[in-house]
Write a protein that binds this ligand. Structure first.
Ligand code: PMP
Length: 405
């Protein structure tokens, strides 16, 4: 059982006011708030431990390197990877997908080859592949979804051809909340010899992830959506695959030796970490993982499932509201439209009540097109949200209706 009152005390921002009203933060799919321990870890690093890593011979540098590499170990355990070198620090999910598209993709994908993504992907799991396809003359194919916002598995299977070079799908949709049957999706691809990248940007703060059990080839996520800092994220990749991939960016730290004639690249994971990384953010990410570990993701999943159920029932009672994304298996996202009212107006009126929701296409325009809406309003939940906040959201939506009566 989660003690939500205690948890809320860890997030100082939740005690602030917006337009004179207590903040009700329901934009967690965009970014989560940060607990005190994460903020302190970043501050502590700069105040007492700051040094560049991996190359110094002095004590501060050794200590910073050790802490940085300890976080890599923590991430390995967090996603249940087999080997520490399978964990690469990147800027976020977006950079991780670009890295795979530009390294695995550039070396493995040729003219006429195919890449499969689903209709519910975030732009960051569409555009890097489109760029690759444009460069290589490859084809991007789209796995269809049904009216509830679920991948149509039979059609997915039929889309995999001898030309398919990678399947790249989200674990959980930011626009719909759908949790995809990712293990089944991976098995289907593997049966035909095709590797799978899973975009875990939304999933990691809501459910525990075991990359070995899933057997995914790549798994990507961002720290800022799991209570950590911005500017840092993770690429997990199977060692055998990543060893064969060429480096992404060139520079310091990713080399063993450099001459003008020939550069030898470093081993994994450093081969993919050129330049000085976001060291302080890595410290914050380590604290975020500790925080999640202490709370327990299974407790979080149980609590949020109950809160999502409460919120769904409450919102469906609001006249003229239509939910977009009604998958059987979904987590903390409530995406909706209100007949005759633009989502931006919904968001602006709620903001005046201190309620932060997202309004727009959520960087997932193709899925908006699929549901024939230009945009939705989206309330997204995290472990610190309460039933009382959902009640305030519902009251706010009734005010919206009143304004447009
Ligand atoms: N994938 C999904 C499903 C997302 O929700 C997001 C962020 N909204 C991303 C990828 C990209 O994450 P980032 O902007 O942190 O790189």
């Amino acid at each position: 059982m989660l003690n939500i009152n205690e948890i809320r005390k860890d997030f100082l921002i939740l005690n602030t006011f917006v337009h004179g009203k207590p903040l009700v933060y329901l934009d967690n799919a965009a970014t989560t708030q940060k607990p005190r321990s994460v903020i302190e870890a970043v501050q502590h690093y700069y105040a007492g431990e700051n040094a560049n890593i991996h190359r110094g011979i002095h004590q501060l540098s050794h200590a910073a390197t050790k802490k940085y590499e300890n976080v890599r170990d923590k991430i390995k355990n967090f996603v249940h990877a087999e080997k520490t070198e399978e964990i690469v620090f990147v800027r976020g999910a977006t950079e991780a997908i670009n890295l795979v598209a530009q390294t695995y993709g550039r070396s493995q994908v040729g003219e006429g080859d195919e890449i499969l993504v689903s209709h519910m992907e975030h732009h960051s799991n569409i555009v890097p592949w489109q760029m690759l396809c444009e460069k290589k003359g490859a084809v991007l194919k789209v796995i269809p979804i049904n009216d509830a916002g679920e991948i149509i598995l039979e059609e997915y299977e039929e889309l995999i051809s001898p030309r398919t070079k990678i399947v790249s799908v989200t674990h959980m949709s930011n626009a719909l909340g759908t949790i995809n049957p990712i293990k089944e999706i991976i098995k289907t691809a593997h049966d035909k010899g095709v590797p799978v990248l899973v975009d875990g940007a939304q999933a990691v703060s809501h459910m525990s992830v075991d990359v070995q059990d899933l057997d995914c080839d790549f798994y990507v996520f961002s720290a800022h959506k799991m209570f950590g800092p911005t500017g840092i994220g993770v690429l997990y990749g199977k060692k055998e695959l990543m060893e064969k991939m060429p480096p992404y960016q060139g520079g310091g730290d990713m080399i063993l030796s450099v001459t003008f004639e020939k550069t030898k690249y470093h081993d994994l994971p450093h081969k993919f970490e050129a330049g000085t990384p976001a060291i302080a953010s890595v410290m914050g990410l380590g604290a975020a993982v500790d925080y999640i570990h202490n709370v327990g993701l299974d407790n979080v999943a149980k609590y949020e499932e109950e809160l999502l159920h409460y919120a769904t029932e409450k919102l469906l009672k609001i006249p003229h509201l239509r939910m977009i994304g009604t998958s059987q298996n979904k987590a903390g996202v409530l995406s909706f439209v209100m007949e005759g009212i633009h989502p931006h107006d919904v968001g602006t009126i709620l903001d005046k009540e201190g309620i932060a929701v997202r309004a727009g296409h959520h960087c997932a325009q193709p899925v908006m097109d699929r549901f024939q809406v230009p945009a939705t309003s989206r309330a997204s939940l995290a472990l610190y949200n309460t039933r009382k906040e959902i009640d305030l959201l519902a009251q706010g939506l009734l005010k919206v209706l009143n304004v447009f009566k």
